[in-house]
Design a protein around this ligand. Structure first.
Ligand code: DMJ
Length: 633
């Protein structure tokens, strides 16, 4: 056991201070740095299976180029059209005649693909269009036609989200250049490993993810795709086809596998329609189910995905399950049911919700740890940062992803928000609004970088609550985002610390040395992106640009991007890790911030907590498909 909890206080066992700090950085990279409240949860591993297949055609229909097209690859969502297509290939040769472009050499193992510009789609003839691009793909099965018609929405809008003002366009191009730089260095030094270690020019050793490999690849698929990095997307897809191995024995974090791998594969599937992603994600989803074999159905945090020997925990049935882990499954699991037409995934997550609804909640708050055997809270620590964060995010997003039919999620979200406002939201002496943490009734006046996602969350929730609270919630979202910006602005590097405090004279600053790191996290720019979409206040784009410049100045090395040890330091020390969420989230949110709103419009797409876009499921769609989830728990 690496950590143990003593009388409610965490102490490290067998680790000296520098080792401890490095270990905390490592835990922080998992997105729940305070995990040390719980025993042995650092044994998180991921597993994937190699399953070769060939599917999909990628067509750069706009440029006729496969290398770095200036527009996104072909036709987004249009993947729908490729559901029954075989073979992968970037169709780089497009010929144009009479306002139509048609790709030559349309080879496929299972059919023929043609791409043409047209003004309207033709479902009957099995054509799908986005931005005037039609793909005809041969006959689709009825289920796939239904799926396409129900769920697949054009992600690119009028002009691939291209902003009309030159400055934003230039900034967006800069983000794309950063993504390519991060990807190229990962490819050069760490291909197939989970993450790049830019200083040592190798990959991380897999401690974080057990036997699972390629985290940066799976996490990057959709970012590469929406940025139009066609060659890079193709490399990523081929790696998934040929190397993503689900048969590696080892213990994995259900949460991490779900948000990065299930989310990444689902999103890649919905964006591109490439069947390989569906096959992989369905297989992976099945392998996660043993985690739910507990007396309560609250899953263990750790699941063994390895064949017959799979088990759902390390054997210690008393181990706590973490709110932010078991509460961050809903979006992906509902989509797994949609894809497989098997309700089991939805049933699993609905059972979690049912259980939570039966429990007493101290002052309406949700503590961070639950015993999956007894079904009771383990302690009364509450946080919308580490250990709690994405549970709240998934409530409102479940409602939105259900096409606003999931009334239970809605009710739970607004009740939780009210409890958070009543108990945790504070104003500092200097007038900054922040969300404190709660330890059995005592406030800890700290806010983690992780909690900064809440600006965006409260923002997107504002318009769906009662009309009387709308403006208030928008203001709260703006105020929290402002405070998070202050946590950046008050450092010499202009990057924010892992934790900032509001006690002992601190105001959005980090007096404690071990809380001063920045590990390329997305939450602050995530809120900028949402607040920009909601208000179009130009300050959010300016703040995003400030963050981008700081990333370039302090985190960009010759060999990739790296987190830094001390955002207040005048001499920059790097942590030697290019986190996969930097590619999945930080750069994607920056790209969206400088794009027009019709790139992945929020009314059609919901981002999972790793920024992987999942389509809203229109209410008629689920009914048609016969397993509309029962939201009544
Ligand atoms: C990501 O893996 C996810 O955003 C998660 O929900 C929280 N932590 C990291 C990024 O900081």
């Amino acid at each position: 056991m690496i950590f143990k909890t003593l009388a409610g206080k965490t102490s490290f066992v067998g680790l000296r201070l520098p080792q401890t700090f490095v270990f905390l950085l490592f835990l922080g990279s998992l997105g729940f740095g305070a995990l040390f409240f719980l025993p042995e949860t650092s044994r998180l591993k991921r597993i994937f299976q190699h399953n070769s297949d060939n599917s999909a055609v990628i067509t750069d229909s706009m440029n006729g180029r496969s290398a770095q097209p200036s527009s996104p690859i072909g036709y987004g969502l249009i993947g729908a059209a490729r559901f029954d297509i075989g073979v992968l290939r970037i169709q780089s040769q497009l010929s144009s005649s009479n306002g139509k472009q048609t790709n030559n050499n349309k080879e496929s193992s299972q059919g023929t693909v043609s791409v043409e510009h047209t003004s309207e789609g033709d479902a009957a003839n099995n054509k799908v269009h986005t931005r005037g691009v039609v793909v005809s793909s041969g006959a689709l099965s009825p289920v796939r036609v239904k799926l396409r018609n129900c769920m697949l929405k054009p992600p690119y809008g009028a002009n691939y989200g291209k902003p009309s003002d030159p400055e934003s366009l230039q900034r967006r191009e800069k983000v794309k250049e950063m993504m390519k730089f991060a990807w190229d260095n990962y490819k050069l030094y760490a291909w197939g490993e989970n993450e790049l270690r830019p200083l040592s020019r190798n990959g991380n050793d897999g401690r974080t993810f057990g036997g699972l490999r390629g985290a940066s690849i799976v996490d990057s698929l959709d970012t590469l795709y929406i940025m139009g990095l066609g060659e890079e997307y193709q490399e990523a897809k081929e790696w998934v086809e040929n190397n993503l191995n689900l048969n590696v024995g080892g213990e994995a974090s259900l949460f991490e596998v779900n948000i990065r791998y299930v989310g990444g594969l689902l999103s890649a599937y919905y964006l591109t329609g490439d069947e390989v992603f569906k096959r992989k994600v369905v297989e992976l989803g099945r392998n996660l189910l043993p985690a739910f074999n507990t007396p309560t159905g609250i899953p263990h945090g750790v699941v063994n995905l390895a064949g017959d020997s799979r088990r759902s925990s390390g054997g210690d049935l008393g181990r706590s399950s973490v709110l932010a882990e078991f509460g961050t499954l809903h979006l992906e699991f509902v989509h797994l049911s949609e894809l497989t037409n098997d309700p089991i995934y939805t049933e699993k997550v609905m059972n979690i919700r049912k259980h939570l609804n039966q429990l007493d909640k101290p002052r309406g708050l949700y503590p961070n740890a639950l015993n999956p055997v007894s079904g009771h809270w383990e302690q009364h620590y509450v946080s919308i940062g580490a250990l709690g964060d994405s549970f709240y995010e998934y409530l409102i997003k479940s409602y939105l992803m259900s096409d606003r039919t999931d009334e239970v999620a809605k009710r739970m979200y607004y009740a939780a928000l009210e409890a958070i406002e009543n108990n945790l939201v504070q104003r500092s002496p200097g007038g900054l609004i922040y969300v404190a943490e709660w330890r059995g009734g005592i406030l800890d006046h700290r806010m983690g970088h992780l909690a900064c996602f809440s600006g965006g969350m409260i923002g997107i929730g504002a318009e769906h609550g009662s009309p009387e609270t709308r403006q208030h919630q928008l203001d709260l979202a703006a105020n929290i985002t402002h405070t998070c910006h202050e946590s950046y602005r008050r450092t010499p590097t202009k990057l924010g610390p892992e934790v900032f405090r509001f006690d002992d004279g601190a105001e959005a600053t980090a007096p404690r040395v071990n809380e001063r790191h920045y590990i390329l996290r997305p939450e602050v720019v995530e809120s900028y992106m949402y607040m920009w979409r909601l208000t179009h206040d130009p300050k959010y784009r300016e703040w995003g640009w400030e963050a981008l410049e700081a990333l370039e100045r302090h985190c960009r090395l010759a060999t990739g991007f790296s987190g830094i040890i001390d955002v207040y330091g005048h001499i920059i020390q790097h942590d030697n890790l290019q986190q996969s969420f930097f590619l999945a989230e930080t750069l994607k949110y920056l790209y969206l911030l400088f794009s027009d709103d019709d790139l992945l419009p929020l009314k059609d797409w919901v981002f999972n907590t790793e920024a992987h876009p999942l389509p809203v499921i229109p209410r008629n769609c689920s009914q048609e498909r016969g397993h509309r989830p029962n939201w009544t728990h």
